[in-house]
Design a binder for this molecule. Structure first.
Ligand code: FES
Length: 296
């Protein structure tokens, strides 16, 4: 089964014929959502620190699974409750789909293709559950159960595709999660080479770091945007904040905090000092075991 699903997703990832439709749709979604920063922040989950979509999908999935459980075990007494659960799943699928569309619009190429098929399959599932709800309301319970079962099967496949995007492709994961910053003071630039108010790219080993001096203070944060990896030093800088050039997330350079989405995670902020005309940085925060020791 795993092999079959892997073959399926591999084929989807290589199907460039999906691009014209998927790209056009993603462009429309981006255009609509970029009109409202606050809506974008809400749908991204910026305030909560994690993407919103995975949190919202548990409501329709749970409701629909609950309905199927009642279909199997509840008999006639469970029919009304099962109908209500199907209805709750339909209503809660709408915000979940909006949050997913928001995330999907920032993907590219193979990820966008898989996300597109994931979304289309979910819409088919939603239509099947909507048909199930109407059938149940019209006392055609057997048809309602059958449509719900078909919807559940469809969602099983599309859910797997969603899992592939998150766990195999890392969509929605902090792109710096496995970076290992230097814990020792490291020279990165001669003090004289840094221009005030100008974000400058330096390196902590192989990790790109944005270094800036503003208001007489030195700040350094990870340069790779936690959202999808955009190079922050290429974005506009003003009032102590940098804006990602790819999708417009805004970060405060003094502590890396995210002030506007779609990013949900802040940037790693380094300690910075000068010694003998050289700018040095380090990052000593306690972090997870995979980042500290990814080999063993
Ligand atoms: S890469 Fe998307 S906001 Fe930075």
């Amino acid at each position: 089964m795993n092999r079959t699903l892997e073959d399926l997703v591999g084929r989807i990832e290589r199907t460039t014929a999906l691009d014209p439709v998927a790209d056009r749709l993603a462009g429309l979604v981006s255009k609509r959502l970029s009109a409202s920063t606050s809506l974008r922040n809400v749908l991204s989950g910026t305030a909560g620190g994690h993407p919103l979509h995975p949190m919202l999908v548990v409501v329709p999935i749970g409701s629909w699974l609950g309905a199927s459980y009642l279909d199997l075990t509840g008999g006639k007494a469970g029919q009304a409750a099962a109908t209500n659960l199907v209805g709750l799943g339909i209503a809660s699928a709408v915000p979940a789909a909006l949050a997913g569309a928001n995330d999907w619009a920032d993907t590219r190429l193979a990820e966008r293709r898989v996300g597109f098929v994931h979304a289309v399959g979910n819409q088919v599932g939603l239509v099947l559950y909507t048909g199930s709800w109407f059938a149940r309301r019209r006392q055609r319970h057997a048809l309602g159960v059958a449509l719900a079962a078909a919807g559940g099967l469809m969602l099983g496949v599309t859910g797997w595709l969603g899992g592939h995007l998150s766990y195999a492709r890392g969509v929605g994961v902090d792109t710096t999660a496995f970076d290992r910053a230097s814990e020792e003071w490291t020279d990165v630039l001669a003090e004289a080479d840094l221009v005030d108010e100008q974000p400058t790219l330096v390196y902590d080993g192989k990790l790109p770091v944005l270094l800036v001096r503003t208001g007489g203070q030195l700040y350094a944060i990870a340069d790779r945007c936690t959202h999808r990896g955009g190079p922050l030093h290429e974005g506009p800088f003003s009032d102590g904040c940098i804006v990602c050039p790819w999708h417009g997330s805004k970060f405060r350079v003094s502590d890396g905090q995210v002030l506007a989405g779609p990013a949900t995670r802040g940037q790693r902020a380094y300690e910075v000092r000068t010694r003998y005309g050289s700018i040095q940085l380090r990052h000593t925060e306690e972090v997870g075991s995979l980042r500290r020791d990814p080999i063993s």
